[in-house]
Design a binder for this molecule. Structure first.
Ligand SMILES: Cc1cc2nc3c(=O)[nH]c(=O)nc-3n(C[C@H](O)[C@H](O)[C@H](O)COP(=O)(O)O)c2cc1C
Length: 169
């Protein structure tokens, strides 16, 4: 039988969180994500950017599509906008972490709400660059640590991260 190559995709979307700022329900999302993603070869990062979520996901197309349908229906956010969806190499830019989590301020990357009440337009090229930037952010956090207490620590595996999150909130 001919062997079938599983297509991989990467996605970047943004959405508006139900809670304006970090909220313990973010950690519930993270807990679910770590467990599910690790079991399905999905990797990525969830970023809290003021009242927005930015999430990058990488994985087998079928798993990602099913997951995206569930995420789109989730009441913990709204106005989901896909900024990039494209075929990807099977090697993840997020190496082997199932889901990372961090926080930056909107003005740092000009991603925040603008004075006219809209969010900035993000081109495909910018979206691709953001995925690389977010992956780099998580990598440097893994090396240097983060001021954000909920970020994954250097060398922390899924089980240890989950255990520490339970102690935090
Ligand atoms: C911003 C955001 C990101 C999420 N990311 C993931 C994820 O990466 N993996 C995951 O399994 N669930 C994620 N979820 C949770 C899903 O929406 C959903 O609750 C979960 O897949 C369980 O679905 P079920 O209750 O239908 O079984 C996310 C939710 C939100 C609001």
């Amino acid at each position: 039988m001919e062997s079938q190559v599983t297509p991989f995709v990467q996605i970047l979307y943004r959405s508006v969180a139900r809670h304006e700022d970090f909220h313990p329900s973010d950690l519930d999302i993270l807990r679910t994500a770590i467990k599910f993603n690790a079991a399905h070869g999905v990797t990525g990062i969830l970023l809290r950017i003021d009242e927005q979520f930015f999430q990058a996901l990488h994985g087998p197309v079928r798993d990602i599509e099913a997951l995206m349908a569930r995420i789109a229906d989730d009441e913990r956010h709204q106005n989901m906008e896909i900024l990039l969806r494209e075929e990807a190499l099977d090697i993840s830019p997020f190496t082997d972490w199932s889901m990372s989590y961090d926080s930056i301020l909107g003005f740092e990357q000009e991603l925040g709400l603008q004075e006219d009440g809209t969010y900035p337009l993000i081109s495909t090229d910018r979206a691709r660059a953001l995925i690389a930037l977010f992956a780099k952010t998580a990598t440097s956090v893994a090396t240097y640590g983060s001021a954000f207490p909920f970020a994954r620590l250097s060398g922390e595996n899924d089980a240890a991260y989950l255990e520490r999150l339970d102690g935090l909130a």
